[in-house]
Design a binder for this molecule. Structure first.
Ligand code: LFR
Length: 473
């Protein structure tokens, strides 16, 4: 038996809808819609264009439901980047959800720090200190009086689930990125009381694989969705879904490489020790109760913002040409720390890279090719350091590194990662989040194998993977 399902996978720069056929030995995907995700800047800051993203997603689902094939579309699930949320009152959206790149998060961090010190917070939620974490954002909402009017908080995939079905839930892997969930995976209502965030905002927590309900008739008829697909919760945090689709075996580590690079391993339980805190490691909830023990390393965002800056200034070379030029750089380039907060906000990355070196009395890279090479070498070195730390802190040996997501297409980055880690790198699949999304739906429908190990074996058997061997240095 196979199941036909659709994944809505929203990334910080683009979204897509994928239709898939999944069975015990089948995993076939077809992209049916792709759309840009462009944040809007208005008077009070940077927001996601949530209604247009929803509209694009629903049109894609309609296309997926109307495609020729033997089976009708059985179900749909949404995954997206983490931490961002909507506030509602009596079912209506209150304002336009903010983007995590909005600079109000700096104020939020300050407000949280006044209430609880970082080591105590880490013991509770086990998250790396990042400006965008939901609790920081909520403290700004609280200061602005918004929490007095809101009666519900929904993470963005849960908002879409609510709009499709009328049911409000809080999917567990995504909730684990809020700072409001304890390591034992219960809402941290005590912390919320300390911060002045009302616990009444919270929805019922559900696990990946939970059926939320059918897409309602009004939505189906408005968008022309055929049949009556069910909506499922999956690993609605895109990285949780991506990790499901990492074709790894014991000894495998991953780099989920897109806008961000999430570098780490899967562990049976959280590791919120002082060593993990010192190394800035995060413990996020994985599918099937696993822990994603990983570090956020800024990612290809630094490269895409650089290209954007150059193109705005009239540069004609596109990314493929810039990467080819960077691959031809045969001399050593300096490396910067890609986890530095300086690279977090949107803006002129080449200028920030230059200042990073100048402030340290070092010679910055010169010209486009060297800058691109420097970004990729710095990311690869950041991955190598994070993986060394992950192995040392967890005691889990790492023998192989899997690169999934868009970065798996970047041959130079994969090769440099092999060189700097001294480990073989296996690249692919590129669409890991969408694959993890459809696998968890198909499993809930009884069409895909039961364990994560078997799901990963299915990915290995059905996808072409590229291996990079470390070169002598
Ligand atoms: C990747 C990701 C990361 C999260 C960041 C912000 O798309 O979901 O895991 O830390 O975006 O939400």
């Amino acid at each position: 038996m196979t199941a036909t399902v659709a994944a809505v996978d929203l990334g910080a720069t683009s979204g897509r809808v994928v239709r898939a056929e999944v069975g015990p030995a089948t995993l076939r995907l077809e992209e049916v819609a792709r759309f840009e995700n462009r944040p809007v800047r208005i008077a009070d800051g940077l927001h996601w264009s949530v209604p247009s993203l929803y509209d694009e997603a629903m049109r894609g689902v309609a296309t997926a439901s109307r495609m020729p094939g033997d089976a009708s579309l059985a179900s749909v699930a949404v995954d997206s980047w983490a931490v961002d949320y909507a506030l509602l009152r009596r079912g209506s959206l209150l304002g336009i959800p903010f983007s995590y790149r909005d600079d109000r998060t700096a104020r939020g961090l300050e407000l949280v720090d006044r209430v609880i010190a970082q080591p105590q917070l880490y013991e509770r939620c086990g998250l790396q200190r990042m400006p965008f974490t939901t609790i920081n954002q909520l403290m700004v909402d609280r200061e602005r009086g918004l929490l007095e009017v809101a009666d519900r908080l929904l993470m963005l995939p849960d908002l879409f689930g609510y709009w499709m079905t009328g049911r409000m839930v809080a999917e567990r892997t995504n909730v684990s990125t809020t700072g409001l969930m304890r390591l034992d995976e219960e809402w941290d209502t005590e912390l919320m009381a300390m911060l002045g965030i009302p616990a009444s905002l919270l929805a019922e927590v559900v696990d990946p694989g939970t059926r939320i309900g059918p897409i309602d008739a009004v939505t189906r008829s408005h968008y022309g969705i055929e049949g009556a697909p069910d909506v499922f919760a999956v690993g609605s945090h895109d990285t949780a879904s991506a990790v499901v689709a990492v074709p790894m075996e014991p000894g495998g580590a991953y780099v989920s490489s897109g806008t961000w690079s999430l570098v780490g391993i899967e562990t049976a339980a959280p590791i919120a020790t002082p060593a993990a805190l010192d190394a800035s490691f995060t413990n996020e909830g994985g599918v099937d109760g696993r822990t994603r023990f990983l570090k956020n390393v800024m990612g290809l965002w630094i490269l895409s913002e650089s290209v954007r800056t150059w193109q705005a200034a009239g540069e004609r070379l596109g990314l493929p040409e810039l990467l080819a030029a960077a691959a031809a750089v045969e001399w050593a380039v300096p490396v910067f720390d890609p986890t530095d907060d300086a690279f977090y906000p949107p803006g002129d990355m080449p200028a920030r890279i230059r200042s990073w070196f100048e402030e340290r009395g070092q010679r910055p890279p010169q010209g486009r090719a060297e800058v691109v090479r420097c970004i990729l070498e710095s990311l690869a070195e950041g991955y190598a350091r994070a993986l060394r730390d992950a192995a040392a802190i967890s005691g889990q040996a790492i023998e192989r590194v899997h690169v999934v997501g868009g970065g798996a297409r970047n041959a130079l980055l994969c090769q440099l990662t092999a060189d700097r880690t001294g480990l073989p790198v296996v690249a692919g699949p590129v669409e890991a989040s969408a694959i993890g999304n459809v696998l968890v739906q198909a499993r809930a429908l009884g069409a895909a194998p039961a364990t994560l190990e078997e799901l990963r074996a299915l990915v290995r058997a059905t996808h072409e993977l590229v291996e990079y061997r470390p070169r002598a240095r």
